[in-house]
Ligand binder design. Structure first.
Ligand code: HEM
Ligand SMILES: *[C@@H]1O[C@H](CO)[C@@H](O)[C@H](O)[C@H]1NC(C)=O
Ligand SMILES: *[C@@H]1O[C@H](CO)[C@@H](O)[C@H](O)[C@H]1NC(C)=O
Length: 392
């Protein structure tokens, strides 16, 4: 048994070694069509691309080759240095794509706000021997760049995107397209990834809102609707409901504020549906909190209208919350497990609600049979009663 296990593992190790050798790595590459040789290389962590370079310290000259296998004839690739920071704007970029006659076009473009157009423009560095080759679906950009003296660590930014009518147009904005930047030490070849503060803030925003609006709010509604039918649960259900809803609201306001900040920081992309649902939600949720203060007395003749109002806004908030969490998940597109986890929570809460609905009806009908005039049968509490003393 022991032996078998061991040999199993050895086979696995050998297999994984073979696999990692056959997977693309810049070190195993020696196929530059123009037989150039470079001193160093790195595998880029995203967008399936590689940088090869030689840096000559004596005259600050950087010779690079940026390679991207599996580039289609209808795609552009770009690589650049950003002296301002680890972001797109400010990047001194080299761009390459196929031209209309099947050759390649390589040029420089400085990526400036309000939005890069990828039109040709001069860079702040001297660039010479700029060219590109396209072989076996692999696009390779070559250039020689004169860097400022002493600049041995660079912010590098790379990207790929589609062409339309022979011209490059905006790239996608997936997490990979946003993560395509890091600092590279030209002397050691070590690279440090960007700390993606936007991604972190988006995750925080997602967690705060999924927990508050997306989970606690529906839970609090379940407490209100189903606990109040049990005699022993009055007034506990009311306090549970208020506690659940107000803590959900407090966390929800924080989540909402992070969303507004993310929205105002992202000048270029707008997620209108997500944003509009979020604002509506916040307005409804706030109305709901203030409506508590204006709640007419239990026996007041307007109480029925207040109840109708409170229930309809309440259910709308819950429906919109759940919809907006899914909307947000599709924007953030995290690992599938997060979407599955949230779907699981919603299915669970839904199932609990269905079971409790059945139990509630059974209890109400039973009560009605045993004492029909004392316990009217409305379980929505719209009449301010549901077979039992009703506080809200
Ligand atoms: C037609 C040209 C381009 C358009 C319209 C465009 C548009 C955009 C937009 C809208 C964003 C999101 C900004 C935000 O979240 O506020 C972005 C991010 C980004 N772009 Fe571009 N882009 C273009 C070309 C390029 C090129 C040539 C590169 C690389 C050389 C690049 C690299 C990046 C990177 C790394 C990010 C994520 C980091 C950041 O937001 O600064 N883009 N781009
Ligand atoms: C930099 O120095 C190298 C090696 O001495 C030389 O081959 C290259 O032409 C120089 N480049 C420039 C731009 O002066
Ligand atoms: C396309 O690129 C090739 C090679 O770079 C060049 O010879 C040709 O003139 C270009 N064609 C056009 C239409 O720009």
């Amino acid at each position: 048994m022991e032996m078998k296990l061991h040999s199993c593992f050895s086979v696995l190790i050998v297999l994984s070694l073979c696999l990692s050798v056959s997977a693309q790595s810049c070190r195993s590459y020696n196929g530059f069509a123009n037989t150039q040789v470079f001193a160093a290389c790195v595998d880029h962590p995203v967008l399936n691309s590689f940088l090869h370079w030689t840096y000559i310290e004596s005259n600050n000259t950087l010779r690079i080759a940026f390679r991207r296998p599996s580039t289609t004839t209808n795609q552009w690739v770009a690589w650049g240095i950003n002296p301002q920071g680890l972001a797109m704007f400010g990047t001194q970029a080299l761009v390459a794509h196929q031209n209309s006659t099947g050759g390649t076009h390589a040029y420089t473009s400085s990526l400036n706000p309000p939005g890069p157009t990828l039109q040709q423009s001069d860079l702040r560095y001297g660039v010479s021997e700029l060219s590109a080759i396209y072989v076996n679906s692999e696009m390779t950009l070559f250039a020689t760049i004169t860097l400022p003296a002493g600049m041995t660590t660079i912010n590098q930014v790379w990207q790929e995107g589609p062409m339309a009518g022979g011209a490059p147009i905006a790239h996608a904005l997936t997490n990979d397209n946003r993560a395509s930047r890091n600092t590279l030490d030209l002397l050691t070849g070590s690279s440090t990834a960007a700390v993606d503060s936007v991604l972190k803030r988006r995750n925080t925003h997602g967690v705060l809102n999924a927990v508050s609006w997306g989970t606690l709010m529906p839970m609090g509604a379940i407490f209100a609707r189903y606990l109040k039918v049990f005699k022993g649960a009055d007034p506990a259900w009311f306090y549970l409901h208020v506690a659940c809803q107000s803590s959900a609201y407090a966390v929800g306001v924080a989540g909402w504020a992070t969303g507004i900040k993310l929205g105002s920081d992202s000048v270029a992309v707008q997620y209108n549906t997500h944003r509009n649902i979020g604002i509506t939600l916040f307005v409804f949720g706030t109305l709901q909190v203030f409506a508590l203060l204006l709640r007419p007395n239990k026996d007041h003749k307007y109480r029925i209208y207040w109840n109708i109002y409170h229930h309809s806004i309440g259910y709308s908030v819950i429906a919109l919350s759940i919809a907006n969490v899914f909307e947000g998940l599709s924007i953030l597109s995290p690992d599938d497990k997060w979407k599955r986890a949230y779907t699981g929570i919603i299915i669970f809460l839904g199932a609990v609600a269905v079971v409790l609905e059945v139990i509630t009806w059974a209890i109400v009908i039973k009560r009605k049979r045993s004492n029909s005039d004392k316990f009217p049968h409305n379980i929505n509490g719209v009449n301010g009663t549901n077979g039992h003393a009703n506080r809200v």
